[in-house]
Design a protein around this ligand. Structure first.
Ligand code: SF4
Length: 320
């Protein structure tokens, strides 16, 4: 963030400004009826504001002029000069032997609410949230609500919110399953699961990551062949056009399945009852079946397709 823009933001704090959509990617800004130029702030910065406050371009089109209030830290996304690849490599190695709470404390101290935990309520995510809550680290938590989750998963979300006393944000796709069926044909997951996952998981996640600097995941190396090389801290050039980066923090990477479940049972953390019925990795109901002991943990996902990832951990490409 440039010093000029920092000063501009400070000046704006607490004020009501108006934002007018000029095109899907540009906005005019003025304050209390006196048109002001956004030129000092720079178009890129205005886009960042729009990401946080407009949420979607569809909203921008529907409400072309509306007030916004600057509440302080509107800059959530990561810029390359905030952390170097060398520091990332060093931290990643260091984190291999640091307690989980220390890693979560580091991310909170450095990034605050610009970091958030993404969870699908598998074991590792629950362990992470428990460590954070126990240590008083108020990291925000979100989940991808594809609207095709098992009833047990929705019930678990409610139980976890009570247990941890926190709100878990559900990220919804643009279309309901019914709208998707009308648009793309029935049961898209049976014909084109990659497209279905892109619509219901990847795009909502992409939108969320635009507002974050750090995405904290429950990835574990032991889960599948594709996850074996997961590093604890990784950086991705998330949006090349806007030169926006994202850090991916995978503090559970070294954990084994046994260690995760021992922790869950020891601390009485609510978990998905489907785990007790042979489901070892749980996603949407149309694409998940129980898996056997001889199979890898994610073998029960997308049976019949050459697919082991929904895309949320692969769309970012190679880490830097
Ligand atoms: S897991 Fe299946 S139902 Fe869920 S988004 Fe992917 S293809 Fe669609």
């Amino acid at each position: 963030m440039s010093p000029t823009f920092k000063a501009w933001l400070k000046k704006c704090k607490g004020q009501v400004w108006h934002l007018q959509s000029k095109s899907p990617d540009s906005y005019a800004v003025w304050h209390e009826g006196s048109p002001d130029s956004a030129a000092d702030a720079g178009v890129h910065c205005i886009r960042c504001i729009s990401d946080k406050y407009l949420r979607s371009r569809r909203n921008a089109a529907r409400f072309p002029v509306f007030p916004i209030v600057f509440i302080g830290n509107v800059f959530m996304s990561l810029h390359a000069n905030e952390i170097s690849p060398e520091e990332i490599r060093k931290l990643s190695e260091e984190f291999e032997t640091r307690p989980l709470t220390d890693i979560l404390r580091w991310v909170w101290d450095r990034f605050g609410t610009r970091a958030a935990v993404g969870t699908s309520f598998q074991g590792a995510g629950l362990v992470m949230i428990h460590h954070a809550v126990k240590a008083g680290i108020p990291l925000p938590v979100f989940t991808l609500d594809t609207q095709l989750l098992f009833p047990e998963t929705y019930e678990l979300k409610r139980r976890l919110e009570n247990f941890f006393e926190l709100k878990i944000e559900g990220l919804l796709p643009d279309q309901t399953p019914e709208e998707q069926a009308a648009d793309m044909g029935p049961e898209l997951w049976n014909k084109h699961p990659d497209t279905c996952c892109t619509m219901r998981k990847v795009i909502p996640l992409q939108r969320k990551l635009e507002t974050l600097a750090v995405w904290i995941t429950g990835l574990r190396r032991q889960q599948s062949d594709t996850r074996q090389k997961t590093r604890i801290l990784e950086m991705y050039h998330f949006d090349v056009l806007r030169d926006q980066y994202i850090l991916k923090l995978n503090p559970m990477a070294p954990w084994s399945r046994d260690a995760v479940w021992a922790y869950i049972h020891e601390h009485g953390i609510p978990y998905n009852p489907l785990h007790d019925r042979g489901f070892r990795s749980i996603g949407c109901w149309p694409c998940t079946r129980p898996s056997g002991d001889g199979e890898n943990e994610r073998a029960g996902r997308w049976t019949g397709f050459d697919k082991s990832e929904c895309g949320i951990h692969t769309f970012l490409g190679e880490s830097i």
